[in-house]
Ligand binder design. Sequence first.
Ligand code: THU
Length: 145
Amino acid sequence: MKNLPLSKEEVTRLVDAAQAARENSYSPYSKFKVGAAVLTSEGEIFKGTNVENASYGLTVCAERNAIFAAVSAGHRRFRALALITQKIPGVAFGSPCGACRQVMSEFMPPATPVYIAVLNGKKRTVYCKKLSELMPFAFTKFEEK
Ligand code: THU
């Protein structure tokens, strides 16, 4: 079954959830807080934030923590993912890292919308990119069922 596009309200709800998760960011080393949320095909939202470690390489990004939380609860199909960061000088938005794009490609069809929100003071701007734009030619065995 194909996923339907999200309504404006659903996008707001998902970005709100990502923003709430960002408040829990454990990022004492980078001081860069990231929040993420995924919407399952069943309509549930799972949140994640970045969790850093004194051994820096052990850090896990917000996006992967959100996806892994959903998968751990038994979900494998997603309608959308949202992430949110502060404004990064010189770029329009904080783009997901390559590792997270690969993990997204495992569980999300290429047409899945990825909502990328930017917090600039009190202003929140939301961009939307298809996963296929972020991760063309992904290595994946994904099949639409
Ligand atoms: N980070 C994320 O959580 N998601 C991304 O897509 C990029 C980077 C985190 C990892 C680290 O805690 C901090 O942002 C700075 O790299």
